[in-house]
Design a protein around this ligand. Sequence first.
Ligand code: 3HC
Ligand code: NAI
Length: 681
Amino acid sequence: MTAINAVTDLTTDGELGVITIDSPPVNALSADVRDGLAGAMAAAVADDAVKAIVLICAGRTFIAGADISEFGKPPRGAALHDVQARIENSPKPVVAAIHGTALGGGLEVALVAHYRVAVLSAKFGLPEVKLGLLPGAGGTQRLPRVVGARKALEMVTTGTPIGAKAAAEFGLIDAIVDDLRAGAIHFARRVLAENLPLHRVRDKPVLGVEEGMFDAYRRAQAKTFRGFEAPEANIQCIEAAATLPFDEGMAVERRLFMGLMTGLQSKAQRYVFFAERQANKVDGLDPDAPLLPVKSVGVIGAGTMGGGIAMNFLNAGVPVTIVETRQEALDRGVATIRRNYDNTAAKGRMTAADVDTRMGLLTPTLDMGALKDADLVIEAVFENMDLKKDIFGRLDGIAKPGAILASNTSYLNVDEIAAATSRPDHVLGLHFFSPANVMRLLEVVRGAKTDGQVLATAMATAKTIGKVAVVSGVCHGFIGNRMLEQRQRQAMALIVEGALPEQVDRVLFDFGFPMGPFQMSDLAGLDIGWSAETSKGETIRDRLCEAGLRGQKNGRGFYDYDAQRNRTPSPVAEKIILDYAAEKGVNRREVSDAEILERCLYPMVNEGAKILEEKMAQRASDIDIVWINGYGWPVYRGGPMFWADSVGLAKVAEALGRYGIAPAALLARLAAEGKSFTGAV
Ligand code: 3HC
Ligand code: NAI
């Protein structure tokens, strides 16, 4: 064996040279890996005893892409294009042996090998678009030469990987093998024995190009790609592959890649990639400490949230006992879960057998005593402190020692809820977002007494059920809703001062949110937390509800909705707003779009700063992860804190002052010192 460098070695197996890359965790193409690959290729080509070369990786995966942490830094080591040229132009056949995830630059390296074999569990993709980029090492030019224009277009613009079976069908791999190393070696020997040619993907034509296909694709995906720069650049690259000679297509790829790489969107999306992984880490907790078991779960309340929460665990194969007070509510909750699964099955995304398996894991009951064996119990009953305290008090007498007791409360004080038990160290908040089976965010609320192991278990459990978890301290509305409240307050003030709901909504939609605050209110229901008995008619909301406007559910809210849910501004709502303003003696004025944006978003940033000051969030990037995954903040703007950094904190602080809002101490200090929240812009 020859060690080429710290992460690469070259061994021989008869007439074969086997290059192994071993650079944990994911064999990303760091300078070391590129240098190692270049050196190993040179050595293998120079060695007369070597007739063919196998390229394989140690650890959990084949090369999972370029090393994202190197982006934006001064270049070091061998250039990836040169490494690829060595492989592609090698006079000896190179076989790539793939397991795990051959992503981005990893797949681009595999695509310059002359043959590719993989194990059945391997995945192949070009996910650069998710980082606001495009495959910059020939991926956009080579992939369509293998899988055809249409499939390549889909793969580069969505970033979704394909499995080995599909890869074999598309000709992306030449064989599926059981034992990777032995299978690849066997394959390479066959290449030699049968004197198979040195296939170069670059020499193939792009198949499946149809007149007008690119524009048709643009139109079909316009909604999904709205606001993002990278999908369009990816489309242009595939278009170039389809219409230009290989080297000219490569030049287009290079030019567009550099444009994206130096832009703010990709910077934001790369920041989010690392922020998301960082969020799961809890400062001060040993990442290797043992966790509590979560093998069975109890859910209290089978309403909107309880049903969705239960589905998360059923999907992960964890049995769930769900408790209600009345049979009718229990039946309704269970029926909703089944209907959701049936709908998924009807769309072909799940089999009927899958539905039965999941439903088979669910035990509905009216008896809270059935929770005695649950490892984790999540309460999702009405948002009422007395009720929650009563439930936790009873649960304390039922749940086994060591069980984790969680509340899905949106606003209530988790410490007060915990105090209703004799084991506040085992209580925390698990704040899911609606619909709970779909939304990725989970706020894990750490009470004053929550035990570290309990918290760590909650973070790990979140990962098991596919959530992005963020730790929050105990405060009103935690991280997300606490900031949302600021936006809601400003949005309401703006429509009194002179804007109309549709203008405010348009400004936030154009910023990149899926919908504006008034559309969101209509969707959630205007009467949440409102009751006719207690309504004093003092707010616009009171008056809307009193006039029978409930939002989308009855087709009338800030907007009127037709049967297809198309919306038009409601004249009734507008009159209520104008009358309200007149009554308050407000002289309505024209409000600019710029003011709407600043007034809706800067106070949120300011609240984020307070959340950081109070240590309710561990880090600024956690706040960004909350807003991206729970509230539809456009990922290409990196979240509110990253975005504020990109605007400039001095500008944010100045504008807040202009609107009569005192900047938080942290914001004022950072602005004065010319610093930022995230240090990432
Ligand atoms: N560069 C640098 N670090 C990376 C990385 C990469 N490409 N991919 C993963 N990592 C790091 C993560 O930050 C994490 O670090 P941490 O443990 O310190 O938090 C660690 O590797 C493990 O990652 P995950 O927690 O995500 O592990 P999973 O097993 O859940 O997922 C994965 C593995 C599917 C490979 C996932 O990490 C992933 O999707 N990575 C990104 C792949 C990607 O986007 N590749 C394209 C890069 S751009 C490119 O190649 C440009 C080229 O065209 C020129
Ligand atoms: P919901 O009204 O849809 O469901 C509550 C359910 O709890 C009802 O089915 C009710 O019968 C049941 N219930 C009441 N008392 C009970 C008891 N003693 N034992 C067992 N079941 C009981 O309410 P929703 O929307 O699901 O909210 C539940 C909790 O989740 C609240 O704390 C809410 O603040 C929080 N939440 C709600 C979100 C939403 O968008 N709806 C989002 C995030 C959190």
